[in-house]
Design a protein around this ligand. Structure first.
Ligand code: ZN
Length: 198
């Protein structure tokens, strides 16, 4: 029998499903929630359901947005001849922060990884190919410089190159095995500048 009331246990159980949260920290969070006012707790709960209800994938680039087409895809100022392929939405944020890139993006929502049972059908590879309609002249592979990121870039480039589109890989001053999102702006600038054809 549990020492805590059942509703409290259920809250702990849900919180411990969060990435990186063990049962100890889940309990600490649950105690924190109990100390909140009703209003504060309500704001927290509705932030979760609102985000879940309103945030979706851009129908073009698959990045997260609350519109059908995200502001980057909708902008007339962006260069529609270049698509930069990244694995996660947070990589778009990193590249946008560096202000060096003015093309479009494509978010894969993962990488191909046999170890984690992620195949080409689990990333947005099909959606990427559907975008290559003749306007696109270059696809930049900006997946992370680790084994899975490299394998994903190679897989996609083998599909794209036969279409007569230039495929490049960003040059990494970023150490192998590290993440794009942690690279500073100058490093990202050099990585984009130094991209080479693959
Ligand atoms: Zn978009």
């Amino acid at each position: 029998m549990s020492l805590y009331p059942a509703p409290f246990e259920r809250l702990v159980e849900q919180l411990s499903k969060l990435p990186g949260v063990g049962s100890k920290s889940a309990q600490r969070m649950a105690f924190y929630f109990l100390r909140l006012s009703d209003q504060e707790a309500e704001a927290f709960a509705s932030a979760i359901t609102e985000a879940k209800r309103r945030v979706r994938r851009c129908e073009k680039c698959q990045n997260l947005t609350d519109q059908e087409v995200c502001p980057i895809c909708a902008s007339p100022k962006r260069d529609k001849r270049i698509i930069c392929v990244v694995s996660e939405p947070r990589d778009v944020i990193a590249l946008e922060r560096s202000r060096e890139y003015n093309g479009l993006y494509h978010v894969l929502h993962g990488v191909i990884s046999p170890l984690r049972h992620m195949g080409p059908e689990d990333i947005t590879a099909r959606e990427l190919l559907a975008r290559l309609d003749g306007t696109v002249e270059e696809v930049i592979m900006a997946t992370n410089p680790d084994t899975e990121g490299e394998a994903t870039a190679m897989y996609l480039s083998r599909l794209i190159k036969p279409l007569g589109i230039k495929v490049t890989r960003i040059a990494y001053g970023i150490p192998v095995g590290s993440n794009l999102e942690f690279a500073d702006d100058a490093t990202l600038f050099r990585a984009l500048e130094g991209r080479r054809e693959i």
